[in-house]
Design a protein. Structure first.
Ligand SMILES: *Cc1c(COP(=O)(O)O)cnc(C)c1O
Length: 376
């Protein structure tokens, strides 16, 4: 099959330049790493509540699996992750052909953009929400429409549905939403999906799926099973405690998965990550322990914020969006000086908010004590 190539410029500019859209990309600003704070402030015993990691650590079974895998690291991984694929398909009750693995679910977001966006196609997202959706749009010359969350910090699905037009190709819904912890309910989501035309793909980012279980929370994989143009994103970075390894996945119709299989890098998930994820998936006890820790920590945070008179948004994930009612950067710095790393809301357009990950009980207590001192 011959490939048709778009018209090209007379010659490559000298010296090398980049396409205009690339100049609009900004490097991702991650949560401050523990080592960096130790170096900069000369502190030890840092508490990191900035990136929604599982502070219980990886499952002990995953650690054992990684140790076993270490001796095989001279070999390329199996490119299709067959053992993990089989176990995960069984765990989720979906067909193996519906799964695409990525170097974190970030990788799947990137691949969806590269695969499905042509210049001028449009993207719809909420704001504030996870920042990588917009990056995928910019990278592929796709205008991105960001619709503000409603007054309860929840997706305004009515406004998002009204924004759909003939050019809409990708619609990102983060459920639960990062950074606010809110969810769209099953009923609201189904009303929305019924308004989405066949040409658009709805990406349901369920990075916090395991934390969000409840009668109102929709399991996006059901809509994939119904044959809808829905892609569900999940990850081993959050409840499974493997953020450092980089492994996430998408659940989608086999026809959509087949396209991503062509655009992804052949070895985008390491053998170590495949082995660890397989073990972590089977360790339901570690997941249960994490859920119990999170439920208790959530109540401790709520009580602490109420005692300080700080409004917060009830969460369906492992972090809380709290209004500190003053410049969040000053509070962030005051917390940092006490060895507690959080995330400021200003990067999400909310200058008096912090996003705080729920950690281990002693970490939560350290944070609340430091917060009280920071507000004095
Ligand atoms: C953490 C997070 C991700 C990225 O997870 P990785 O699998 O580590 O790439 C994606 N979406 C949301 C909403 C997240 O919070």
């Amino acid at each position: 099959m011959t490939q048709t190539v778009p018209p090209r410029r007379a010659q490559c500019p000298d010296p090398p330049t980049v396409a205009e859209n690339i100049t609009h990309l900004t490097p991702y600003r991650p949560g401050k790493p523990i080592e960096e704070v130790e170096r900069e402030l000369g502190l030890t015993d840092i508490v990191k509540l900035a990136s929604n990691e599982n502070n219980l650590g990886p499952s002990p079974k995953a650690i054992e699996a990684m140790q076993r895998a270490a001796a095989q690291m001279h070999l390329y991984p199996e490119a299709t992750a067959p053992r993990l694929r089989e176990a995960l398909a069984r765990h989720l009750g979906v067909d193996e052909k519906m799964l695409v693995f990525g170097n974190g679910s970030d990788d799947i977001i990137h691949l969806l953009g590269v695969t499905f966006l042509e210049p001028g196609d449009e993207v719809i997202q909420a704001e504030p929400s996870f920042v990588r959706y917009k990056a995928a749009a910019i990278l592929n010359n796709a205008p991105c429409h960001s619709l503000p969350l409603d007054s309860g910090w929840t997706h305004d699905l009515e406004a998002m549905a009204e924004r759909i037009n003939a050019h809409t190709r990708l619609i990102f819904l983060c459920n639960p939403n990062n950074p606010t912890g809110t969810i769209v309910s099953r009923a609201a989501l189904e009303r929305f999906l019924d308004r989405v035309p066949e040409r658009a793909i709805v990406v349901l980012d369920e990075a916090y799926f395991e934390y969000a279980q409840g009668p109102d929370f929709p399991d996006g994989s059901r809509y994939v099973q119904e044959g809808r143009n829905v892609v569900v994103l999940r990850t081993f970075s959050k409840i499974y405690g493997l953020a450092g390894l980089r492994i996430g996945y998408g659940i989608m119709r086999p026809e959509i998965a087949a396209w991503l299989e062509r655009t992804r890098e052949p070895f985008n998930v390491s053998g170590m990550a495949q082995a660890a994820a397989l073990a972590a998936l089977a360790d339901t006890e570690h997941v249960e322990r994490t859920l119990a820790m999170n439920a208790a920590g959530k109540q401790a945070f709520y009580a602490g914020f109420e005692a300080l008179g700080l409004p917060y948004t009830p969460t369906h994930a492992n972090f809380v969006w709290v209004d500190v009612r003053r410049d969040c950067k000053a509070v962030f710095e005051a917390l940092l000086r006490q060895g507690v790393i959080t995330r400021t809301g200003d990067i999400f357009g909310a200058p008096t908010h912090l996003r705080v990950t729920i950690g281990r009980p002693e970490e939560n207590a350290r944070f609340l004590t430091a917060l009280r001192a920071a507000l004095d």
